[in-house]
Design a protein around this ligand. Sequence first.
Ligand SMILES: [Zn+2]
Length: 449
Amino acid sequence: MKTLKKQIGELGIREGTSLFVHSSLKAIGSDVKAEELIAALQSSVGKEGTLLFPTFSSRKEDYFDPDTTPSVLGVVTEIFRTMPGTLRSRNPRHPVAARGPAAQILIEDHEHAIGPCGSGTPFEKHARSDGQILLIGVDFDTLTLLHTAEALLDLPYLHVVEGKYLDSDGNVQHISMHQVPGGHRGGVRLFEKEFRKRGLIRYGQAGDARTMLMDAGKILDVMIELLQANPAAALCKGDYCPDCTNFKAKIRARQLSDLGTEVSIILSELPDDPDLFKEMIRRFCGHARFGLLSDLNIVRVPKGKKTPAPPDHMHSWILQPAPVDLMKYESLPPGYNGFAYAPLEAARAGIQPFYDVLYKSKCRDSITDIFIEDGLSNLSGMNSPAINYIHMFCGNGRVALGDGHAQLREIISALRMRNFTGRYHLIIPEGNLFIETLSILKEFWNLIP
Ligand SMILES: [Zn+2]
């Protein structure tokens, strides 16, 4: 049988590199000692190389002292931390221990970085200085570098946490740390698939444990790319994980504020338990107004009827003419603050909701309120005997948002380009208010980028 030293020597660790190690001694085998593992790793990086281990604290101490606060990440990290010549950074949550020529430069100023894992931390500096990462018998859920990617993108689900540490003069310092990770990340195992696809993992063996060796900078870039494309990529896909559900709500709330729009939920009746209903919405997108259509300050004018003056000057009133009349407006009538527009109603009147109203008409820049509802209509050219069978599946004419004739996808995309700062009113069909609202919210979020 090969010795551990020989196995480690064959993993592909570059001599002179900075090697960040996440390991499980138990996974390697019961007869292996922590000192033996550290010595084998040390010999692989050589005299010019630097070893790094995470040595996170329990956070239960009054303050973090790099010299005495133990690492809670297992015996290897604790032995490494207490070896002569090992340095340790002063961030009270995610301290890193390092040994070797690059140790000082990698760990210094960790306590002054904006957060424990992002810019200016040992994790980021190590990745940006051509370092390697080695996972020994542990999975990607131990990879702190994920939180570096999250922090560099300033994802909305990161927290602010207070902490205390002992500075080099022996004084206790108090800091507010931003971009602090915490909570579950059920989607992170899928990242391995992506790294493997791009040939970024070198697999190996140490004792009984599987090892994965990677270039930190390259996998950091891939994680940034994946999280940029989908900020929820590291989170659980389902709706039942409490942490990931809350985090997704924060991402959606940030999306809305980035878009500069608001969402309002229009119910046919008020819920019996409004607080519970509000809580459900909060867990989906942070916040949204909800109520009855009649609660909105909208004056609805039937087709062909004259525009009345707004009812009072106490409120800001929105005018909702029939779509065929709306198209003819050159500007807003006096006293009104905007037009409300129902694309599905336009489709039902035989008007193309996007092209005729939001593309061609002069009224388009004054539209502030959009009713989000979808369905099938008699829009010319849209229905044919060949697709009429669809009516058999949706007797009430309701289809998922974006699938029907309201052209919601085009409308939302065009409004986004135009920096629309109005409101989207989601019309909730009759039925179980909770189920219907959640399903419409999900459909709506499928439409927004
Ligand atoms: Zn989760």
